[in-house]
Structures are given as C-alpha cells and as structure tokens.
Design a protein around this ligand. Structure first.
Ligand code: SAM
Ligand code: SF4
Length: 503
C-alpha cells in the first residue's frame, strides 16, 4: 500500500477535480437544481385537492418520470387518508414493475481514512474518535469469505472514505479481489456475483478503471441538493466542498460507460420536500442526456455517529413524512429500484418494504467487522454511523418470505447485458418482470439449499412452490412451454447441486 505525506495528499487532491468535467454538463452556465423554481413549484401546489391527487396517482401507472408540478402536489399532501391512497398506489406500482421481489445486499466498508470533513459523518478527518484503517487485499478476501461463504450474500456495495489510499486503482483492485473469492458451502459455492461501489465522485479516466474491473452500479449520494446547506456541512476547502463536482458524478459515470448509476439524498440535512424535488430533477437530467434515469434511488436518514454532534441539524424527518416521501418517490420515478437500509429500525423497514426493491441485511459497517470474530456487537469507534436493524440475513429472508416477498439473488440481468437502457425499456413495459421472476425463484432456491436454517428453508420452499404454480398459470401467455420446461429442469438441477443457472 502506498504511504502518503501531507504533500502527496495535497498533490493528489489538486489533480482530482477537472473543471471541464463539470462545465460540459451545465446549461447556460447553470446546473439542473433551480432553487427558485423548486420553491415556486412547491408553493404553487399547496393544499392540493383530492381529485387532482387521484388524477396524478392514475397517471403514475404509465411508469414514466413524473412532472415536477405533480411531484410537488403529492409532496404537499398532509391528510393521512390521502397519503394512504398514495402509499397503496406505490405498493401496486412496485408490484407492477418488480413483482414481489426484494434484492438483499451487504455493504463492505474498505477504508475509514478520509480527507473531507462532512459535519454529519464519523469518518470526517477531524474526528479523533474513529479508528483509521484501510483493508489490505488479504483482509478484503477474509471479509468476502464471510460474506459469501458464511452469510450467503451474492451482492455487495463496497464503501470508501475519500483518500489517496483508497483511490480508483485501490477500488478496482478490491473489486477484482472480491470476484475471485470462491468458498465451498454445503452443495454449492459461495461467491459474490455483483459488486456495486459507493465512493466519492471520480474523474472519467478513473471511472473507466472501475468499469473495466466489472463494477455493477456506481452510487453517489448528493447528500443535499440545496446549495447553501451543502456548503454549510461540506467545508469549501475540501474536495467534497465542490457541489457541482458531486452533482455531475453520475453523468461522468455514464460517459465512462457505467450505465447503472444510483442517486440519493441524506434526509435530515434540509427540507425533505426540496430533496425529493432535487432527486427527481437529477433523474430528469440523466434522462435528458442519456435516455435513462437512475438504476436505484436511496433515501438514508441521518443516524448518530461517534464523536459527532447533530444538534444543529434542524431538519429531522418524522416517520410519517419519511414513509410519505418514499411513496412519492415510488410514483415519481416509478421504474427505479428503491433501497432502504439498516439505518432504519426493523419496524420502519417492515412498514415500507412493500414500496422498495432492495435492502441490506446482516450489515456491518465497521472496517474489518465481518471476519473479525464475526461479532454481534457494533463498535462505535470503527463505524461511520450506527445501524438500527441488526437482524441476520436468514432472519430477514424468513420475515420477507412470511410477508410474501421472494428474495432474489439474481445477477443474471447484468451479465447478459440487461442493463442501462435495455433494462429500463423492459422495466417500463413490464417485461423485465418475466425474466426476473424465473431467475428469482432459481436463485432463491439455490440460497435455501446452501445457507438457510431449517425453519427458513421450510418457509422459503412453501413460497417457491407457490411461485412455481403462479408461473405455470402464466404459460403460454407470458412464458412459452419450452421456457417453462427449462425452468422446471433448472429448478431440479439446483436441488441436485448445480449452481448459477439463469435465463
Ligand atoms: N466517502 C464517500 C462519499 O461521501 O461519497 C463514500 C460514501 S460515505 C462512506 C456513504 C454515505 O454515508 C454518504 O454518502 C452519506 O450519505 C452517508 N452517511 C454519512 N454519515 C451518515 C450518518 N451520520 N447517518 C446516515 N448516513 C450517513
Ligand atoms: Fe468522508 Fe464520505 Fe464521511 Fe464525508 S461522508 S467524511 S466524504 S466518508
């Protein structure tokens, strides 16, 4: 691992941001967050009447990005019954696009060194309470062995502070190392089949390195779309202090050939309605330039972090508003995947999962925590912030199955090129659901064989049988006889130890 002096860190920082890779995306010198316009739109939609809201709900079923006036009107709804109607539509739209599938993943924190000083984050450079560590490739391998071989994850999101020790070369090497790990388990092989990345914004030349190393989704949260608030929590003399470098991080990713990008805002820093408007504007600008919107959206809420004082943050989002904003996002960007994380309590997770498509499970966000004694407790000094749901993957999957959700470990769509605009077209037409349903059943059965506790296997297999009957009823309307026959044969082969079968 390279060693760094204050001078080499400064030199690295100085060459990272290229102004040209911001300016090329501006329109008349302006970015796509027009604050006056957002405020005016929100003001213009105050006290919307019920019939207008119902018209907007009906339009959402066309699975197109929603007009900002309509998004604002939905956001302004306060009546609990009307909010409930919006939530019910959100559940139906999730089902229409993604059926009853939920994808699980885990974050793998690779480094806690960071040159930035984000006011809300435990990893900020001026926080003496956090232990600083960057994992070696051997340690990455150890972490992956537990994640893929003991817990049974197939997807990871790897997470980094912004630091020259965790630059693009390190991130690319980490991805390659993770993909190489294969762990024998029961009848099969534990392995990570998709690595997503949550890292600081990068220049296009670095993003190409991640693309070459086999990145899944590149995820960057804007934190807040409000310029002034952004500046108040990200000091201007830091890399992260450059609002527009971050705002166009995913445009650059698209230009580097990464066509699955993920947006998000950190709720609690500014007005939640403004942030939702910002996320929709972000999706619109991506659609304008690349023809496709974000692959996923995230809406983390601020949670306590060691050595970090939140008292000055006056925009905490209540549970009721949080649930409402998730429903509005579901309708506003109906084709997108939506990620809820263990920052939330099990109760909140359970109440919003019907509107979401992905959640993490059995997450550990301390550096080296998966392999390090596979401990149950959180150690605040190692962590960026604290988690509220610490259930195991087995418990999560069992609970989801009891609620009728099938956990999909499918990563086939990505490997056979169903990404970017191809997958967006399929999602909008409802066709992606057909492929995915078959793959969800096959990969779920594979997981049950290799990792489930006896109780979870029992509950999961009952769900699988129900799914197979549902698929059988859709022949020949959605699936040909030949496809169904191949599916049944693959299902049996999985029960006999064959792995990684998919459509
Ligand atoms: N350092 C990179 C960056 O800032 O983009 C990588 C990601 S950072 C480790 C992951 C995300 O954690 C941040 O984008 C932020 O939204 C979130 N985060 C930071 N502090 C948090 C807190 N106290 N509570 C909840 N989420 C937090
Ligand atoms: Fe560093 Fe990211 Fe934390 Fe900011 S949010 S201090 S950039 S790790």
């Amino acid at each position: 691992m390279k060693t760094h002096t204050p001078q080499s860190i400064r030199a690295w920082k100085d060459q990272l941001i290229s102004q040209d890779e911001i300016d090329r995306y501006l329109v008349d010198g302006k970015d796509f967050i027009d604050e006056q316009q957002i405020y005016a739109t929100l003001d213009g939609q105050k006290n919307p009447d019920t019939s207008h809201i119902r018209e907007i709900i009906a339009k959402a079923y066309s699975i197109e990005l929603m007009d900002s006036e309509d998004v604002a009107a939905l956001l302004q709804v306060t009546d609990p019954d009307l909010r409930n109607e919006i939530a019910q539509a959100a559940i139906e739209i999730k089902k229409k696009v993604y059926d009853n599938r939920v994808v699980t993943f885990a974050p793998l924190y690779c480094g806690s060194k960071c040159v930035n000083r984000c006011a809300y984050c435990g990893f900020r450079s001026d926080n003496p309470s956090v232990i600083r560590k960057v994992l070696t490739m051997d340690e990455i391998r150890e972490e992956t062995r537990v994640l893929a071989g003991v817990i049974g994850h197939k997807r990871l999101i790897i997470v980094f502070g912004e630091h020259p020790e965790t630059d693009a070369d390190y991130i690319a090497e980490t991805m390659k190392t993770i993909y190489e790990v294969k762990v024998p388990v029961r009848d099969g092989m534990g392995e990570i089949r998709r690595v997503n990345v949550n890292a600081a914004p990068l220049p296009i030349r670095d993003l190409k390195k991640l693309q070459e190393a086999g990145i899944g989704t590149f995820q960057v949260f804007q934190e807040t779309y409000h310029h002034e608030t952004y500046q108040s929590v990200h000091p201007v003399d830091t890399l992260k202090g450059n609002y527009r470098w971050r705002l166009y991080a995913l445009h650059r990713a698209m230009d580097a050939g990464i066509d699955d990008v993920a947006i998000g805002a950190l709720f609690g820093l500014y007005d939640w309605k403004f942030e939702v408007m910002g996320m929709v504007a972000h999706a619109r600008d991506l659609e304008r330039l690349y023809g496709i919107g974000p692959h996923t959206v995230s809406f983390p809420r601020l949670t306590p972090a060691v050595g970090t004082n939140f008292d000055h943050l006056r925009h905490q989002v209540s549970d009721a508003d949080f649930t409402h904003l998730i429903a509005v996002l579901r309708l506003a960007i109906p084709y997108t995947g939506m990620i809820i994380t263990n920052r939330e309590t099990p109760q909140i997770m359970e109440s919003v999962i019907d509107m979401c498509t992905q959640r993490d499970a059995e997450s550990k966000i301390g550096i080296g925590d998966y392999s390090d004694a596979y401990r149950k407790d959180q150690i605040a000094e190692r962590e960026q912030f604290m988690l509220n749901d610490t259930s195991s993957l087995d418990q999560v999957i069992q609970k989801l199955a009891k609620q009728g959700h099938i956990t999909s470990f499918c990563t086939a769509g990505y490997r056979c090129g169903r990404t970017g605009d191809k997958i967006m077209g399929l999602l909008k037409s409802g066709k992606e659901g057909c492929f995915c349903k078959l793959n969800a059943v096959l990969t779920f059965q594979e997981w049950l064989e290799d990792f489930a506790s006896e109780e979870t296997r029992h509950i999961g297999e009952a769900l699988v049988r129900k799914e197979i009957e549902e698929i059988r009823e859709r022949v020949p309307r959605d699936f040909s006889q030949a496809t169904f026959a191949k599916f049944l044969s693959d299902y049996e082969r999985i029960q006999h130890g064959v792995r990684d079968l998919s459509f």
